[in-house]
Design a protein around this ligand. Structure first.
Ligand code: F6P
Length: 551
């Protein structure tokens, strides 16, 4: 029987936080710095090779104390232990949540529903890594006996975003290997663009789908199969398709050769699956050694999350600060802003990780959540963002919390340019937090030759209010180990938030309705005249389909 679990609002610490929120909202961040000369030391935590500077968040010692008390009152340590131990905390699907197990070295029992699956999990990792190495080296060849020069990973959501983000992030570790490309959307355009340049005799497709029922993935996979069939013939097909899924029968039906298929696990959700065989495209791109470093990075962060005191615990702090920003300060969005353009897909990856996990309206017991859950996540590499939407963040009326990710060393050996990125990031962090007061603007303009009246007219336009909450996440360099740490950091921060809100971070019922409707609408799109009885809007749109469709 499910034990009734406390949520944030059931805790005494929550009332403390509510009373502090009013005070902090009326305290500019500048004043927080004036009040505490040691603010940076008090608000910077370090662990697993990462540093989290939250000194520019709208918190003081009392808020941090209350957030830590909240974690204790929620028994966060025990809740995390239950996850690591494989308890079925994904209650609506009756599943354990063991993505953390995929980063373990193996050799210790891994109990899922009373069964030790460690050997099975390790054997599959070995098989996947061996396959990846042999594709890289050219030992696995195409039907024409040629090494592959293009690997196309076909998947969507959790079966795409992680590897796609990571391959881009780790480009410098991909030398001399087949190019790895990703196809996800159902419209077929990504695949078409890719295949226009591809040589069928040197192209390997990997179909990644936990369920092997996803419309987008199967449609693209069938298009790819038809493309190979047309160019190389039926006998060539098995050499050109690999797959990752829990659905062995569907892989069979698609004709995937048993040696080229890899299993994943019910106890790992799609958006947490990059650590599994879903990472095969990443392993092909960066190779075994770097993939193992990636896993090791995730593992280090797991250890940190399990053992560090909450005040030093990066994922706990990040998760608790997110709750503070969303629920107590009323900030409904979080912008993720990396200062390494190789992390351009990180915001998209984190959108699924966070919003599919915690975008929920009910608690574990099915009752409505009493708090807003999960920020809207968005973002872009920081410099692009500066020259695009930072205006709104500095001076607009909408507010967002900000995560700035800052590697200290260049990931392409161009340190002078990375130094500029560092300066740019720090400049924005300061500007967001401290702003630019009317007095400072006046003083600045006074040095110009402008008439007094003009100066006074300009001042309101140039004031930056500041007090935008910023977390600065610093790390040495973007490499496989660090990327593993970063992903695991956000994963655990998501878990922490779900504990406060009391929702299930590991199901995703909200994606089903659209999928069902899409299946129903396919015939209407094919033959719009059959849509009688549907909503006026649907029929109206279908009339345009009929009128404007060329073929
Ligand atoms: O539509 C959302 C979703 O169910 C995700 O949770 C999942 O990562 C994605 O679709 C892909 O699913 P599959 O791996 O089964 O193709």
């Amino acid at each position: 029987m499910t034990r009734a679990l406390r949520t944030g609002t059931d805790c005494a610490a929550w009332r403390e936080l509510q009373s502090l929120a009013g005070q902090l909202l009326s305290t500019p961040t500048r004043r927080l710095f004036e009040q505490d000369a040691q603010r940076f030391a008090h608000c910077c935590a370090q662990g697993a090779g990462l540093a989290l500077d939250y000194s520019r968040q709208r918190v003081d010692v009392r808020v941090v104390d209350s957030l830590v008390a909240l974690a204790d009152q929620l028994e966060l340590r025990e809740r995390a232990a239950a996850m690591f131990a494989g308890e079925p905390i994904n209650t609506t699907e009756g599943r354990a949540v063991l993505h953390t197990a995929l980063r373990r070295p193996g050799g210790t029992p891994l109990l899922v529903a009373g069964q030790d699956v460690d050997a099975q999990m390790m054997a599959e990792r070995e098989r996947m890594l061996d396959f990846a190495e042999r594709v890289r080296s050219g030992a696995i060849r195409s039907s024409a006996g040629r090494p592959f020069n293009l690997v196309v990973s076909i998947g969507i959501g959790g079966s795409d975003l992680g590897p796609a983000m990571a391959v881009q992030a780790l480009r410098p570790f991909c030398a001399d290997t087949p190019r790895v490309a990703f196809v996800s959307n159902v419209d077929g355009n990504e695949l078409s663009d890719l295949l226009r340049e591809a040589d069928a005799a040197r192209t390997l497709f990997i179909i990644c789908s936990k369920t092997f029922t996803t419309l987008e993935t199967l449609t693209n996979a069938r298009t790819a199969r038809a493309w190979v069939l047309e160019r190389l013939g039926a006998a060539a097909l098995p050499a050109h398709f690999a797959a990752v899924s829990v659905n062995t029968r569907a892989m069979d039906e698609f004709g995937v050769h048993p040696e080229y298929r890899f299993t994943m696990w019910d106890w790992v959700g799609g958006r947490y699956s990059i650590w599994s065989a879903i990472g095969v495209s990443l392993a092909i791109a960066i190779g075994r050694t770097h993939f193992e470093a990636f896993l090791a990075g995730g593992r280090e962060l797991d250890e940190h999350f399990r053992t560090a005191a909450w005040r030093e615990n990066l994922p706990a702090l990040m998760g608790l600060l997110a709750v503070w920003n969303i629920d107590l300060l009323g900030l409904p969005t979080l912008a993720v802003l990396p200062y390494d353009s190789r992390l351009a897909r990180l915001p998209a990856y984190l959108q699924q990780l966070q919003m599919e996990s915690n975008g929920k309206h009910v608690k574990l017991d099915g009752s409505p959540t009493t708090l807003p859950t999960c920020a809207v996540i968005w973002g872009e590499p920081g410099d692009n963002a500066q020259h695009s939407f930072f205006q709104l963040l500095h001076q607009g009326t909408q507010r967002a919390a900000l995560d700035l990710l800052l590697p200290i060393n260049s990931s392409s050996g161009n340190q002078p340019q990375q130094n500029l990125a560092i300066a740019s990031c720090l400049a924005q962090a300061e500007a967001f937090a401290l702003g630019h007061s009317a007095a400072e603007v006046r003083e600045e303009l006074a040095r110009s030759k402008l008439p007094e009246a003009r100066i006074e007219a300009l001042i309101p336009h140039k004031v930056h209010e500041g007090s935008r909450p910023v977390s600065l996440l610093l790390f040495e360099q973007l490499d496989p180990r660090t990327l593993g740490r970063l992903i695991a950091l956000y994963e655990h921060a998501v878990f922490v938030q779900s504990v406060v809100w009391g929702n299930n971070a590991f199901d995703q019922w909200g994606v089903e309705l659209g999928k069902q409707l899409c299946e129903r609408f396919i015939p209407f799109v094919e033959k719009p005249t059959t849509a009688g009885g549907q909503s006026g809007s649907l029929q109206g749109a279908l009339q345009f389909v009929q009128r404007w469709r060329h073929g």
